[in-house]
Design a protein around this ligand. Structure first.
Ligand SMILES: [Ca+2]
Length: 105
């Protein structure tokens, strides 16, 4: 896409995170700009096969989705999706900190 041209690696990463949300947003007009739970399940399996390995377990995936749906409307808003991204990134941050500490030793 033209608007992606010239973006830094970090900007592209953010762009990818945001467009991934809209890729799974429900096409039904009643639930605009939200992801249905079944689409979120598809996203978890398709987009996070290395980082969320236990989501192939249906029960684990359901529990995660239930926890993400903060307002219990049965749909995942952008803010709720962002909680998922935060949850995925914090173990990565921990890993990077550990690696940096090891490099200092
Ligand atoms: Ca919700």
């Amino acid at each position: 896409m033209a608007e992606e041209e010239g973006l830094t690696e970090l900007e592209l990463a953010i762009y990818a995170l945001v467009s991934n949300f809209f890729k799974y947003v429900s096409k039904r007009s009643l639930v605009r700009n939200k992801i249905s739970k079944s689409n979120l399940r598809k996203m978890l399996q398709k987009e996070f096969p290395h980082m969320l390995t236990d989501t192939r377990n249906r029960k684990a995936a359901d529990k995660l989705i239930q926890n993400l749906d903060a307002n219990n409307d049965g749909l995942i808003s952008f803010e709720e999706y962002w909680t998922l991204i935060g949850g995925i990134t914090s173990p990565i941050a921990k890993l990077i900190r550990q690696q940096e500490q090891q490099n200092c030793d």
